[in-house]
Structures are given as C-alpha cells and as structure tokens.
Design a protein around this ligand. Structure first.
Ligand code: COA
Length: 161
C-alpha cells in the first residue's frame, strides 16, 4: 500500500490544497491529510473546525482521509504506516523551505521519503492567510476556497485576520 501524508495547518484549506490532493490521488493508494495543531502559528480556526472543513471537502473521496496531527510529522507518518510525505511547491521560496523541511524529516526518519508536486500556476497566489484577510475585509473568497469554507466564513461573526 502506498500511503502518503499531506501535512499542513489548513487555516483554512484552499483550492490550492484541493487540486494538489486530487492530482496526487493517482500516485497513492491512500492520502491522509494531517491537520497540524501548529501551536507555533497560532491558527485562527480551531483544530476541530479545520479538520471538519477538510473532511467535508473530501467526504466523497474514498482514498482520502483527514486526521488531526500533534507531535512530529515523521512519528505521525510511522503510526499510519505511511512511507511518503507529500508537499506542494508554488515557487522558489516554497522550494527553499520545503528542501529544509524534507532534509530535517529525512534526518529524523530516513525511511520516509518526501515527494514534491508543483502547484498549478493558478494556485500560485493562493495562501490561507490571504483568504483570511480577504474574508475579514468583506471580499469574495469563493474563487480561492471550496464551498464549505465559503459557508464557514459566512457563518462567523468574529474578525478573521
Ligand atoms: N496551494 C495553496 N496554498 C498553499 C499550498 C498550495 N499547494 N501549499 C501551501 N500553501 C500555503 C498554506 O495555505 C500556508 O499559507 P499561510 O502561511 O498563509 O497560512 C502556507 O502556504 C504554508 O503552508 P505549509 O507549507 O503547508 O505550512 P504549514 O505551516 O501549514 O504546515 C507543517 C507546516 C505542519 C507541515 C510543519 O510545520 C510540520 O510538519 N509540523 C509538524 C511538526 C514537525 O514534525 N516538525 C519537525 C519538522 S520541521
């Protein structure tokens, strides 16, 4: 079984994440979206809500699962018998960060391999913080996020940035 972990904060999940997972689906038997606690980033959306949103987006995808992740990514991968970590790369800045992350993870667990997939050009400008900022300022986030995320932000009353 080729199992890959796709980790991130997903604060919130965006179309960029979704298209990457869809394209990677033919490469793996299972993809586990690992929604990180990310205490370093102090996410704006609660862990439960970030997980629930990703679950709703992939509800009909039988080979994609969503789980919360605390602790080390490599430990999470080993617990789930995953040999691969999947990461998207949008530009050269991402590549620099990703190489560092991949090398650290290889030091921690040499048997887990990181695979990079180039993001579509149309996903290049998307980031979760950009989505939050547009939502806070009353803009339309629907071009950038899946429908459940649009609904989620419409239901919130607090500022998001
Ligand atoms: N399309 C659109 N946006 C994308 C994207 C894509 N394909 N890929 C990444 N992004 C965006 C994200 O939305 C995010 O935006 P934001 O900064 O505005 O919130 C940004 O790029 C960074 O995302 P990502 O690279 O996924 O970082 P992250 O902080 O969300 O996740 C972890 C980092 C969770 C993977 C990493 O911290 C981790 O592995 N933590 C576990 C602890 C651990 O093992 N540490 C040791 C290794 S360092």
């Amino acid at each position: 079984m080729r199992i890959a972990i796709y980790p991130g904060t997903f604060d919130p999940i965006t179309n960029g994440h979704v298209e990457l997972i869809q394209r990677a689906s033919c490469l793996f038997d299972h993809i586990i979206i690992a929604v990180a606690v990310s205490s370093r980033k102090s996410p704006y959306i609660s862990l439960d809500d970030r997980v629930a949103l990703a679950q709703e987006v992939f509800a009909s995808a039988s080979t994609v699962r969503v789980e919360p992740m605390s602790g080390l990514l490599v430990d999470f991968a080993e617990q789930h018998k995953a040999r691969f970590i999947l990461r998207g790369v949008r530009n050269t800045a991402d590549m620099n960060d990703e190489l560092q992350l991949a090398n650290v993870n290889r030091e921690l667990s040499p048997k887990i391999e990181t695979l990079f997939l180039p993001a579509l050009l149309s996903s290049t400008p998307i980031s979760s913080s950009m989505v939050r900022e547009i939502a806070e300022l009353g803009g339309d986030i629907s071009p950038f996020v899946p429908h459940p995320v649009v609904v989620y932000f419409q239901q919130q009353k607090k500022p998001w940035h």
